[in-house]
Design a protein around this ligand. Structure first.
Ligand code: AMP
Length: 401
């Protein structure tokens, strides 16, 4: 079966075409600047030259049509006909409490995703645009939705509730949901394979640290706690997001600086984190370069980032009464040896012993970076959220045949 995975943003659309007979990627690409006059389509067919095309793409339906044109193009295409695509899988950020797993798209499913717009105003509306656009272009092809939040629906009430008036949970569904679920799910399963132990008996801390960052405590293969909350703002310090702050900071700043709701929201989501402390960049590469050059603000940004990450690892080891495996993944986790080194340097009390040489190895494969004596296996595992979406889509379409 060939299937298309779609990750739609408000002005962008990423895609990957899979052949599920061997889970190979036949082509992938990205449409950027949808709704603007010079939209860019970058198409990367496996084994052929990449193609970049600039044109006017005003909305998602046209974006998907252009992608389908590229997939069947005699030069850069990988399919004879669009009919070869037998299913489409969509990434959806917020599934609320309604979705504990992936689902076949129906009218009710779309209504439920729309009902959740309030909880993910930046992310769920574009997902609906992507689904509708795919339905228009491929009306008879089954569509499946895969949620970032679903993996975390196993958290207990004592973990997901906030200690605020309970009526707010009843009325507005305010609770911890967590994000990056497909990534935490995927890397924890690969981790069990790498350490050659059953997932059911492992306590794993998965550190998904990229532009957005979240940690998950995975015990027996299920999420028992995660650092993102109602929204992707809670938890770790990130590129431009603050992560945890005293909630009173929000009202205090609004009062003193006379900020509106959207201004304070923008401050915490777009002008905080590494960017705010370094004063120059949200990118960990710039921060570590600045630190090596002795730049004090970059050094402070790095130290705060590492310290907060290490505190969360400690708290999840406490939550699970131990940890067998720590996994680093996503942009920073997969690429920054210095972040991994500094975090692990102060986890010796858990029995963590990093191998400095293995930590420096650059590879796209899952790998162990701890010594054979380390009481905790420390792994680097490249994440693959698209593959999780493809696998779930395949499974759900088979089940509903
Ligand atoms: P992601 O959101 O997973 O795509 O991660 C993107 C982030 O990964 C970038 O903003 C960088 O901060 C970080 N990153 C990518 N490559 C490196 C690298 N070689 N060293 C440190 N950080 C990196």
């Amino acid at each position: 079966m060939k299937l298309l995975v779609i990750n739609a943003g408000s002005s962008s659309l990423k895609y990957q075409l899979y052949d599920m007979t061997d889970e190979s990627v036949l082509a992938k690409g990205l449409v950027e600047r949808i709704g603007m006059d010079s939209s860019i389509l970058t198409h990367k067919p496996t084994g052929k030259e990449d193609v970049t095309e600039v044109s006017e793409i005003l909305e998602h339906t046209t974006a998907i049509r252009k992608v389908l044109d590229k997939l069947v193009d005699p030069e850069c295409g990988v399919l004879k006909s669009v009919d070869e695509i037998q299913a489409v899988g969509h990434r959806v950020v917020h599934g609320g409490e309604a979705f504990k797993g992936s689902a076949l798209v129906t009218g009710d499913v779309k209504s439920e995703i729309r009902r959740l717009f309030d909880l993910a105003p930046l992310h769920n509306p574009p997902a609906i645009l992507g689904i509708t656009a795919a339905e228009k272009n491929m009306p008879n092809v089954p569509q499946v939705v895969v949620f970032d939040t679903a993996f975390h629906q196993t958290m207990e009430e004592k973990v997901y509730l906030y200690p605020i008036p309970k009526v707010l949970y009843k009325k507005h569904h305010i609770r911890r949901y967590g994000m990056h679920g497909t990534s935490h799910d995927y890397v924890s399963k690969v981790a069990a394979e790498v350490v050659e132990r059953p997932l059911e008996e492992l306590k794993i801390i998965t550190c998904h640290i990229g532009n957005g960052a979240s940690l998950t405590a995975v015990q027996g293969g299920v999420s028992v706690d995660t650092s993102m909350g109602l929204t992707p703002l809670e938890g770790l310090m990130m590129g431009t997001r603050s992560g945890d702050v005293d909630p009173a900071v929000v009202t205090f700043v609004m009062n003193k600086e006379e900020l509106s709701l959207s201004e304070v929201n923008s401050m915490l989501n777009k002008h905080s984190g590494l960017l705010a402390i370094s004063g120059s960049s949200s990118d960990m590469r710039d921060i570590t370069d600045g630190m090596e050059a002795g730049e004090p603000n970059a050094t402070l940004a790095f130290e705060m980032y590492e310290y907060r990450l290490r505190k969360y690892i400690g708290s999840y080891a406490a939550a699970m009464n131990g940890v067998d495996v720590i996994v680093f993944t996503a942009g920073v986790g997969e690429n920054s040896a210095v972040v991994r080194e500094k975090v692990c340097e102060n986890l010796t009390y858990l029995g963590v012993e990093l191998d400095p040489e293995l930590n420096k190895v650059r590879s796209g494969d899952p790998r162990r970076i701890s010594t054979p004596n380390s009481k905790v296996d420390v792994l680097v595992i490249p994440t693959n959220e698209e593959l999780v979406i493809a696998r779930d889509t395949f499974r759900i379409v088979q089940e509903n045949k």
